[in-house]
Ligand binder design. Structure first.
Ligand SMILES: Cc1cc2nc3c(=O)[nH]c(=O)nc-3n(C[C@H](O)[C@H](O)[C@H](O)COP(=O)(O)OP(=O)(O)OC[C@H]3O[C@@H](n4cnc5c(N)ncnc54)[C@H](O)[C@@H]3O)c2cc1C
Length: 395
């Protein structure tokens, strides 16, 4: 009987923070403590935005604190230290340039070229994945227009432009043996992203999965969409790459639905999102002959469930068709413990000039702030590790 994993696995803080020195840990403790404190968290984010607006020289403070907790560095070279540290623990990194360029033809071409440069670095570093946001390759407006009406002259031209840019990126990825993940965005631009991704999967996923499309399980009918894409892939003889997440734009989606008076595409409860997520995972695991899956989540129960499903279906932990992923600085207890057991783990490591990563940092800060007086999971884990190491006695 193979050993099942359970929730205790993710309480192993010794392994989770094995790459952190005592001073790194105290820094993380102070960061999570401030984020957990409603007063500090609110004042801190407001002051941060205020100081940045006035161009106050707070870059070096940020770099040593919240930026270093959630980002790999300002440049790819700065990320290298993290890439090497994680690789010692069998974790792959996925540096992600989390800065959106200017919305112009020149901006999109520059973005495409920058992406190709990064893929070159990723390939040379023998890292398996890179992530592409299609909003960086064509205007938001065009993505929306293509989603609404694929047959207008404008949409056809814009679609071709997008496809050509994405294809150039794909060709450089193929050359560097890097697989590409296409991020999911808001529902009103997602159709265009799905179309171009499936179109190109049909060309480049013939033998194995090289291109992954993201499915957001907070959307009603996600499993049906996966099944539909699966049918398309079988009919056209290509393999389907599924990046599975719960979804990041819930409030925005609901607000828009309310504003324009249509039914929200988002599930009415977290429980329904979880059911959609679990059913989608199950479908993918059962169809691994034609699907590769890449799961982006910080939900411990989800990983226990997937591991158990893999076990039940006799899928090896390091099967190259199943990848687990977290964001840097968010859930080391999941990444390090799963990697130690032999699962394929990749950590997304955002990088870019400090000022431009602020919106990303604010999102991470919000996710880690306390809800109804409870401490965030990360705060408690860091605290436990400090106690275990007996670094500070007063906490
Ligand atoms: C590596 C990685 C890549 C990602 N890439 C993308 C991407 O391309 N596109 C994207 O949209 N997101 C992406 N995300 C974010 C992801 O969609 C989630 O927002 C985030 O990971 C939180 O979900 P969870 O599974 O980690 O945790 P959980 O805490 O279990 O779930 C929180 C999520 O559940 C859903 N939810 C919460 N409350 C409700 C409710 N009342 N009703 C319905 N649903 C609810 C929301 O989606 C919320 O984000 C990515 C995340 C990771 C880790």
């Amino acid at each position: 009987m193979k050993k099942q994993i359970n929730k205790n696995l993710f309480n192993n803080t010794r392994l989770a923070y094995i790459s952190k020195s005592n001073s790194d840990l105290i820094k993380s403790y102070l960061i999570f403590w401030s984020l957990n404190n409603q007063f500090f968290s609110k004042i801190g984010t407001a002051l941060l935005q205020f100081f940045l607006k006035l161009n106050f020289p707070i870059k070096s403070i940020l770099k040593k604190t919240i930026f270093s907790q959630f980002c790999g560095g300002e440049t790819l070279d700065e990320c290298n230290k993290i890439v090497l540290t994680l690789s010692k623990h069998n974790i792959f990194s996925m540096p992600d340039y989390s800065v959106e360029g200017e919305e112009s033809e020149k901006g999109f071409e520059d973005n495409m070229n920058k992406t190709i440069q990064i893929i070159d670095f990723i390939g040379k570093s023998k890292l398996p994945f890179y992530v592409v946001k299609l909003t960086g390759l064509i205007s938001y407006n065009s993505l929306e227009k293509i989603s609404n009406d694929k047959n207008s002259e404008f949409s056809k031209n814009e679609y071709l432009k997008l496809k050509n840019r994405l294809e150039k990126i794909i060709l450089s990825a193929i050359e560097n043996n890097v697989s590409l993940l296409i991020d999911a965005e808001e529902s009103w631009i997602q159709d265009s992203i799905d179309s171009v991704s499936l179109d190109l999967m049909n060309k480049y996923n013939k033998k194995s999965v090289f291109l992954y499309l993201t499915f957001q399980c907070y959307k009603k009918g996600t499993l049906d969409r996966i099944k539909n894409s699966f049918q398309i892939s079988k009919k056209n003889n290509f393999k389907l790459g599924v990046k599975l997440v719960r979804g990041a734009y819930m409030e925005k989606e609901r607000e828009r639905a309310l504003k324009y008076g249509y039914d929200s595409p988002i599930h009415d409860s977290k429980n329904n999102t979880d059911i959609e997520f679990n059913n989608s995972i199950e479908f993918c695991v059962k169809n691994l002959a034609n699907i590769s899956m890449w799961i982006g989540s910080h939900n411990e129960d989800s990983f226990i469930r997937i591991a158990s499903l893999m076990n039940k279906n006799n899928i090896k932990k390091d099967d190259q068709r199943v990848w687990f992923s977290q964001l840097y600085g968010m859930s080391e207890n999941i990444s390090f413990n799963l990697a130690k057991l032999g699962y394929n783990v990749v950590i997304l490591v955002p990088f870019g000039p400090i000022k431009k990563t602020i919106p990303y940092l604010i999102r991470r800060a919000k996710e880690n702030s306390s809800v109804k007086g409870q401490s965030s999971r990360q705060f408690l884990l860091v605290k436990n590790e400090i106690k275990r190491r007996k670094i500070l006695t007063l906490i």
